[in-house]
Ligand binder design. Structure first.
Ligand code: IMP
Length: 177
């Protein structure tokens, strides 16, 4: 597509704030006193993660992991791999993965399997958005913000080819596959 597509608001910043508050309350309820390890998947989760942890009022640890990137198109690459791994020990920890969007589910399935092999005490998923219409493998999302339609989502940390991460609302753009 030539030029810059126009972002359309799907969820306003106020709706995002209310939803992140709700998710934080759920996480507080379940992880209080457990010193959990929150693992954000870069780069899309960093804004969500930053807002979420400031609503958690107990000790926790933050880590990030980088998986092979989605790129510009909508097709998830077949072979997912860890590009930049974790420093923290996962064994015996209560691990909560923080993801921006679950689409086909391939990325998160890979990560759940990867982290599961490291023998955490518990392993759960918190996703800001879910696009179930494109699912290829089943995924259980323990804490979910929004269900989104089959559109290309941007904003609130989520990009299209590195663009639009800065938008405070969750938006969609019309892009070619
Ligand atoms: P999956 O493996 O197909 O579930 O894709 C997961 C990753 O693809 C997400 O973490 C995003 O980085 C990226 N992704 C999937 N759908 C979108 C979208 O609509 N906008 C931006 N990134 C997306």
């Amino acid at each position: 597509m030539n030029g810059q597509p126009k972002p359309h608001i799907l969820f306003t910043r106020e709706e995002v704030e209310a939803t992140v508050n709700r998710l934080a309350a759920e996480v507080r309820r379940d992880y209080q006193g457990k010193h959990p390890l929150l693992i954000g998947i870069l780069k899309g989760s960093f804004v969500f993660m930053a807002d979420l942890i400031r609503l958690l009022d107990f000790p926790l640890e933050v880590e990030f992991i980088t998986l092979s990137s989605y790129g510009r198109g909508r097709s998830t690459p077949g072979g997912i791999k860890v590009v930049k791994g974790l420093r923290a020990e996962v064994k015996g920890r209560d691990v909560l993965i923080i993801e921006d969007i679950v689409d086909t589910g391939l990325t998160i399935s890979f990560l759940l399997d990867y982290l599961g092999k490291k023998k955490p005490a518990s392993l759960r998923l918190c996703a800001l958005t879910d696009k179930p219409s494109r699912r290829q493998v089943p995924v259980t999302i323990d804490y979910l913000g929004f269900t989104v339609p089959n559109k290309f989502i941007v904003g609130y940390g989520i990009d299209w080819d590195e663009r639009f991460r800065y938008l405070p609302d969750i938006c969609f753009v019309e892009v070619e596959d």
